[in-house]
Design a protein around this ligand. Sequence first.
Ligand SMILES: [Zn+2]
Ligand SMILES: [Zn+2]
Length: 256
Amino acid sequence: MLANYHTHTVRCKHAEGSEREYIEAAIAEGFKILGFSDHTPQPYPEGFVSRIRMDMSELPDYTETLVKLRDEYRNDITILIGYEVEYSRKYFEPLLVELKKYPLDYIIQGQHYVPEEPAGSYVGTKTGSEEKLKAYVDYTIEGMKTGLFTYLAHPDLINYIGPDDIYLRHMRRIVEAAVDLDIPLEINAYGFADKRWYPCDRFFRMAVEYKPKFIIGCDAHIPGLVCQPERIEGFTDFLTRNGIEYGDNVIKIRRL
Ligand SMILES: [Zn+2]
Ligand SMILES: [Zn+2]
């Protein structure tokens, strides 16, 4: 694996380590491309501070820091500047206007909230509600259709604990959209390493049948997670048993 496009920084309030440590880890692991995609800030109403993302005022520092490092390391590795962005009807368009004021290569879609923080709810909370499952799928696809995302991070983030037939009936629509729109689906290494509910077999077993593009995302919140898949115990078994082949993990980014 030569590339990882899913890397966080301390600004999101739940990651550790300096940008330099992430870059050094990537070089040590043999990566040629490292994309930073920290949780995007959102232009929230006055007074609301998200606990899981940087503030809008941190955009200059985030990008300036990465531009400097990109130049410093240019002979060793390609550094890309991106964000993990929530699609939301409320904030997506005004947010892009702000993000584009600074150096920006790409965005990936990470749909943690439906509809959006703070009004919406976190999709990782266990639910047996088909309505919530459907809302997640609909909102995610609406975001994919903007055509602006380089890939869809942890497509199976929704923590639906109900029956497989209901789960698959809805979730397969994300896979169909990924094929139609040519958007790679991420297999999230952080979720696997952290023994979370994603990536899950029931999603990927179904997904492979449609032959979408897959991408492995380290989703590194610590520098040590910028690593080859075989360094995460059981991860390559997960890929193999679901029929997922991986290569250099390099994809074409959608430039913004
Ligand atoms: Zn995070
Ligand atoms: Zn992430």
